[in-house]
Design a protein around this ligand. Structure first.
Ligand SMILES: Nc1ncnc2c1ncn2[C@@H]1O[C@H](COP(=O)(O)OP(=O)(O)O)[C@@H](O)[C@H]1O
Ligand SMILES: [Mg+2]
Length: 237
């Protein structure tokens, strides 16, 4: 486990593959109530690299993922994903880039209540016009990998919290995203399931050359990470 110092000069330019944040600052609100959630953060995660981010509650970990994934525009600095500078794209193209290149696993699984587990996985592929036989096979493989084959036809209200989290993970991996952003994925999972989920993420990261960032409190997860960063008061070290 290594904790390298982020070095702006070591981060390649925006056309590099993987995920690159360059001197990113995010301020919520303004005036007396302004909160600096991210304070001049520079981070490069190469394809196939698994980065873990630890840090106390309120230190900016979720903000980091929101900005890295184009859900939130930074106040300053740039974010590039798979060679495209997200921060330079108009909203519509940014949404497309997000759907195509970025997989999110949130703490809450954010599943659509009317869709079955299998449909949750197929929907983003369908929207992108990529729903072919190979994509369906991959979706079924992932459903099996997270232990939900017997639940493929179930809707979210029929699932336990842990099953919903595993469905959310499978959904994020279906598109083989260039960048995978994972926020405390194992909070609803027991130890064995949690270890399985992390093993799956590590395996997909390596096999598909995904640039993965995972926020976690779990020491066991950090053993799978190539690098561990610490976030304190919006600064990454
Ligand atoms: N939408 C928001 N509006 C105002 N402040 C926010 C908002 N989101 C997060 N913050 C603040 O930014 C800081 C970082 O929050 P967050 O990224 O959620 O931290 P973490 O995920 O490490 O717990 C906290 O002080 C939090 O209160
Ligand atoms: Mg958080």
């Amino acid at each position: 486990m290594t904790v390298p110092a982020p070095d702006a000069t070591a981060a390649p330019d925006a056309t590099a593959a993987g995920l690159r944040l360059l001197d990113v600052t995010l301020v919520h609100g303004d005036g007396d109530t302004a909160v600096t959630a991210l304070d001049h953060v520079t981070l490069w995660v190469a394809p196939g690299e698994f980065a873990a981010v630890v840090g106390p509650s309120g230190s900016g970990k979720s903000s980091l993922l929101a900005v890295a994934g184009g859900l939130q525009r930074p106040s300053s600095g740039t974010v590039a994903v798979a060679g495209a500078e997200l921060t330079a794209l108009p909203d519509k193209r940014r949404t497309e880039a997000r759907r195509r290149h970025i997989g999110f696993v949130f703490q809450q699984s954010n599943l659509l209540s009317s869709l079955t587990v299998r449909e949750q996985l197929l929907l983003p592929l369908h929207i992108d016009g990529r729903l072919d036989a190979a994509a369906r096979a991959r979706a079924d493989e992932l459903i099996e990998a997270v232990g939900l084959s017997h639940r493929a036809g179930s809707r979210p209200h029929q699932l336990s919290g842990g099953e919903r989290q595993r469905a959310g993970l499978a959904r994020a991996l279906t598109t083989s995203p260039a960048v995978l952003l994972v926020d405390e994925p194992t909070s609803a999972l027991d130890r064995a399931r949690s270890a399985e989920a992390v093993r799956l993420i590590a395996e997909q990261t390596r096999e598909h050359g995904t640039a993965t960032v995972m926020v976690t409190h779990d020491l066991a997860i950090m053993d799978h990470a190539d690098r561990v960063y610490e976030m304190v008061d919006g600064r990454l070290s």
